[in-house]
Design a protein around this ligand. Sequence first.
Ligand SMILES: [Zn+2]
Ligand SMILES: [Zn+2]
Length: 434
Amino acid sequence: MKTPAKILIVAALAVAVVGAVALKQGKAAPEFNPAPAPVAASGPAEGLAAKTAPVAAVKLPKLIDLGADKCIPCKMMAPILAEFKRDYADRFTTEFIDVWKDPNAGKAYGIEMIPTQIFFDATGKELFRHVGFYGKEDILGKWKELGVETSGSKPSAGIVRETPVAADTRPRETACFMCDEAVNPKTRTLVKGQSEQRVLCGPHCYFIYFSSIVGADPKAEEAKVSVTDWATGKLVAATAATYLYGMDAQGRPTTKAFTDKAAAVREQQTSPGNLLAWEVFRSKELATRCAFCDRAVYPEDACGVKFGTTHGHGCCTHCSMGVAARLKQDIEVEAKDGLTGELIRVKTLDGQIASLEPKTAVAWFGQKKGADGKWVSAGCFKQGFFVNEANLQKWLDARPAMTGRQITIAQALADKMKLSPEQIAKACKLGECK
Ligand SMILES: [Zn+2]
Ligand SMILES: [Zn+2]
């Protein structure tokens, strides 16, 4: 051989999906080669015969995947390995070795193609090896064949946070009563209550608030609302203001309130949008509602829910599941990962999950301890779906005051399906969310 030994990449069954199989240095490789002919091997002339792992014996059986982070079939292995690490850690250890970054590791195992998976028993003795992409069920089936029981494994209990990592020390008037986000002083909105006033981050949260109250009288409620004049920072009665209704870079509506219409017109020169009087503004804001709890939503913030040929919205991920319960119909939900916005698709059938993409998706059930010590839902703004537990963890890391627990998407649906018609009728109205 003129060239040094190379490690081939095997795409195996994934070949049709991922396209060409490539050599390490970009040359064409055999298209499908589950039993590769050895290429020039440096080091000891070992074949693929069973050998003892050059690692210290571990108590659990071990799966080692040798690959590289840039090899396509190897990348396809990554989420499977992550799932094994998370959900099967009590049954077998899972390890990934990047043989491009650490070529000696590849040599030590005598592999010639990547990805290669090697199965070891608890004493470190090699039981089996497979070359190419190897699916989750195939790997679990192989473990079973090798005498390692995996079927009893269930997903880890998940993240539970009953006490905040750090207390929320923000002064109350700086956090929105509805969404809990920081209140921008330029859009601050106040609702007068009997004894206290509620601070909202902007007019949109007033409409969420209003649509959350059972049997609210719009005239009586809106008479209690003041908004902040964008130009002067002074408060003005919400019904008397002019609203510049624009759009941010993400296509989400933005609202600026003005006492003086001329000031609104001036702002419109640099910040395009429509000038609306209260009545029109209100009807726009209340036009789109959660198909479960009836709250006002911006479609950009909401989950898409399809039932029959109708497209509706769920104001939060858990509400979107509730649409199946409220309508007693099969639904298709398109939710966004709370951290990254990646899509999560859920289809239901007879009140159960029919399909979930990605399968690693998890839900967060934001809860708080009520006055009676019982855990209750912390409301729609504290719920979320995530493509995997790692994203949920990152999202929680950024929310140290958040409490609640990780649940499965199936549990989020089941929680809604078990609601009585009466509970559904008053779903998630202020103070009644279960
Ligand atoms: Zn808000
Ligand atoms: Zn809702």
